[in-house]
Design a binder for this molecule. Structure first.
Ligand code: GAR
Length: 194
């Protein structure tokens, strides 16, 4: 079996990226991580990926005249790595429709809520404000609507009486780290498609 070439896009800490890298080290995993891109040069995840021997690149939006131009530059980096699948892992930017169309069906994202609930930011605080009993995370295909693409996998966690956004986020993050490698496995193995 030929392993699918995967690029990861991050903006910060990169803990989901690390979970994907760890999963891809397993001998029969159907994907390999060929590069990590960040829109922030200071993203912690870049150092972690480089220490793993993975190619890294960062480019700043400020050097480009438009979102479309920036996304084309990102696309060139991904093509230079021969990427076949793109994983967004805490990539905190809206992508242009042309970029999304280019990767349609081959780009997935992890989001810290049970989609379609709580698209966008501050998902944990919003869930607590609504006093929901359950919260969680989703891995979904990226389509043009923000956090709107079809869900591949979800995991639930209970919301506890003393939860703060931070304690709830930590409980959800454990599930993200389990869920994302499993969703990438399904996509890379051709067991799920858009
Ligand atoms: C994760 O919780 C991820 O679900 C979230 O950002 C965090 C990144 O952490 N993503 C979004 O909110 C996307 N809308 P990480 O850099 O440690 O993976």
């Amino acid at each position: 079996m030929r392993r699918k070439r995967v690029a990861i896009l991050i903006s910060g800490r990169g803990s989901n990226m690390s979970a994907l890298i760890a999963a891809a080290r397993a001998p029969h995993y159907p994907a390999e991580i060929v590069g990590v891109f960040s829109n922030r040069a200071a993203a912690q995840g870049l150092e972690i990926a480089a220490a793993e021997g993975i190619a890294t690149r960062s480019l700043a939006q400020s050097a480009y005249e438009s979102r479309e131009a920036f996304d084309m530059a990102i696309n060139e980096v991904l093509e230079s790595w021969g990427a076949e699948i793109v994983c967004l892992a805490g990539f905190m930017r809206i992508l242009s429709p042309a970029f999304i169309a280019r990767w349609q069906g081959r780009m997935i994202n992890v989001h810290p809520s049970l989609l379609p609930l709580y698209r966008g930011l501050d998902t944990h605080a919003r869930a607590l404000a609504d006093k929901v009993a359950e919260h969680g995370c989703s891995v979904h295909f990226v389509t043009t609507g923000l956090d709107e693409g079809p869900v591949i996998l979800q995991a639930k966690v209970p919301v506890l009486p003393d939860d703060t956004p931070e304690t709830l986020a930590a409980r959800v993050l454990v599930e993200e780290h389990r869920l994302y490698p499993e969703a990438l496995r399904l996509l890379a193995a051709g067991e799920v498609s858009l």
